[in-house]
Design a protein around this ligand. Sequence first.
Ligand code: SF4
Length: 336
Amino acid sequence: MTTMHETTHTSDNMSEDNLLEIKNLKTYYPIYGGFFKRVVGNVKAVDDISFAIKRGETMGLVGESGCGKSTAGRTILRLMKPTDGQIIFDGQDITKLSGSKLQQARRDFQMVFQDPYASLNPTQMVGNIIAEPILNYEKRNKKELKAYVKSLLLKVGLPEEAYYKYAHEFSGGQRQRIGIARTLALNPKLIVADEPVSALDVSVQSQVLNLLKSLQKEFGLTYLFIAHDLSVVKHMSDRIGVMYLGNLVEIAANKDLYQEPLHPYTQALISAIPEPNPMLRKERIVLKGDVPSPANPPTGCPFHTRCPVAMDICAERKPPLKEVRPGHFVACVLHE
Ligand code: SF4
């Protein structure tokens, strides 16, 4: 993953290395009110984020629920309409694509959902569920398609016989494997995984995560991995972006972020990760108050209402995301 500044430099000429570039992306939900149901405000779910992901890389996106990470993922895949900004995928600006052009581009980017059961049609055989996305794009010889779907089942660690069964006959972990096989069917370049293991038992979470890792190697996939669980994101990601109230407040390589978080919000999140070794345990930073409403975000730094080290200036001015060490970006006046 490259970062905002690199993104800016390549704004007119996308780096060959980058599969995805996001520039000043905003996704607002209108709030309607009054007798005439006019737009009276906006929920700023994603409020001006920029980053890029290199081919073959995994970028983690982490933050508390409601921070905008899922909306960001859905907007990037064009499941939602961006309010502003640009999404450049594999050299093509997909921000405003619609109709058949968007449908065609979608072949290359797919999503793994949190709840595998909700995303699998209960009335269809598993084989048909996995084959469906392919048939949306092309005609295939039946025998050949069946063999391909069975090979996908084997790739995700399920037996070929799973082809003839129904989603309810499988456990949560197995259903997520079926969801992953369906995602792989079109041989995508980018997969956005939105909380892919948070609905699963802890005992099967690592199996699914390791499967995603091995598939990444085998198929040369690029991942945007969204989760609220910092341990899960740490396990999966090369680089990580931390989101708070629709903003990216820190981006760094995995090791840098966990060993030396710079933003007070990241420091608080990391201090809450359970550390089994008592010698390495650090004092937990407990944040006061709740996350403010994205319909009425605070002025200045979005974190100032909860920041343990906030100063007067923090309420007045929003600090930009700045590179303070090579590859380490943070939005905080303490590091300007
Ligand atoms: Fe805290 Fe101020 Fe830094 Fe925001 S800018 S994180 S309020 S110190």
